[in-house]
Design a protein around this ligand. Sequence first.
Ligand code: HEM
Length: 481
Amino acid sequence: MNATLSGLVMSPSAAPQRAAIPGSYGWPVIGPLSDRLQYFWLQGPRKFFANRMEKYESTVFRTNVPPAFPFFTGVDPNVVAVLDVKSFRHLFDTELVEKTNVLVGDFMPSVNYTGGIRVCAYLDTAEAKHGQIKSFAIDILKRSSSRWVSSMVTNLDATWDSLESQLAAAGDGGSASYILPLQEFLFSFLSLTLLGADASAFPEIKRCGHIYLDLWLAVQLLPMVSINVAQPLEEIFLHSFSYPFWLVKSSYEKLVSFVEKGASETVTRAQTEFNLSKEEAIHNLLFILGFNAFGGFSLFFLSLLSKLSEQKPSVHEELRREVREKLSNNVLSFETVKEMDLVNSFVYETLRLEPPVPQQFGRARKDFDLTSHNAVYEIKKGELLCGYQPLVMRDPKIFVNPEDFVYDRFSKKKGGNELLEYLFWSNGPQTGTPGPSASNKQCAARDVVPQTAAVFLAYLFQRYDEISISSGSITALKRAK
Ligand code: HEM
């Protein structure tokens, strides 16, 4: 058993004492504005939370989070930050917290971005519609599992053939950027597997679908996203007001038409088996495709490749050896990658250090006691909890050398599998029952996401003897003999 973990489980320290939640919201207008500037500009989100955690000597404290002032007057920036594994876990308890419209905090992008409908991710478990749509999402994943890997491999073949040609054309010392090709791959592959929609039958969508999704995501999320490259312009133009839907209306309507026509069977099933209206089916499918799946995987695969680029050649070699050994008599499948202990650990470690959705929110349904590693705090009904995963996943009471990327940390060989209980990227633990269900808010793809990433890595190590990556580009590829 992992040393730190065993300490926590076997010799619990004295029961945490009651304490008042430290921190404050500051003066009206000035407090939120000052916190916003520190969050986006002067510190960045990670330092913002880490500095306060240090200042208050507490993983639980009061603070403001953006967006705030001047044009977000209806948005309440006050939150209680929960930054250790124990306090963060309260966000999974649907009896304690409700999730109505708090996907990205108290601010909610206009429903115009989702066809005038509150889609699944904004619904609370107490709403009947949540259960219907969540069951539909789980069903989609179950049905698509048989074609998932074969469709992924076909699309990956095309993507890597094209990257190889680009790299060859760039000549010695050249490189090939993989960001847009990867997104193009994700769009085609996810449309086919999740929706049953073949993008190649819709030429404009095939060419631009991924860019339409990027724009749709960017415009609705701008008030929340830290870029920090062109300050103070960013604060003035990107973080001060929400952008109107009409900027992306025409491309969103093209995507709607793609779902309606290309995924007609899936839309009909939503209506007949899950009792959803046609509009609910289409906009929820588009949200699952674009926001949940495409958005999530775009960030996650970029992190995977970036983590791969940071590893020593010996780590690549070990992963390659494992992949080829397990595939010697087998084809790539979910079953074969399950056997790849190191590959799976690499995937989990990437999800730990780079959780693609860094923040989760939940509003107290009632007054309750919130326990951190160190103290017990009183939470009042209506207060908004804000968990910042990049720090929670570096909880030193759970993870040894928490800042280090330890590629085999989660391997069974090391006993690291027990740590999966503390891996929260999916808004719930990576193991255990019930897992994602109609009655909780855990990502429907808790299991499929890491499996897909493992297939992606295994594909690369099977195909190449050598892969060199540098800042979003492939710089060298050596095909397996
Ligand atoms: C790397 C990819 C993905 C990441 C990082 C991701 C992450 C997440 C997270 C963090 C949540 C919880 C949000 C919250 O309530 O605070 C969530 C919810 C959800 N995800 Fe995923 N997700 C990914 C892929 C997928 C895929 C492929 C599907 C396909 C079905 C999916 C379907 C959903 C659904 C339906 C919800 C809403 C759950 C509910 O309201 O109960 N996700 N996802």
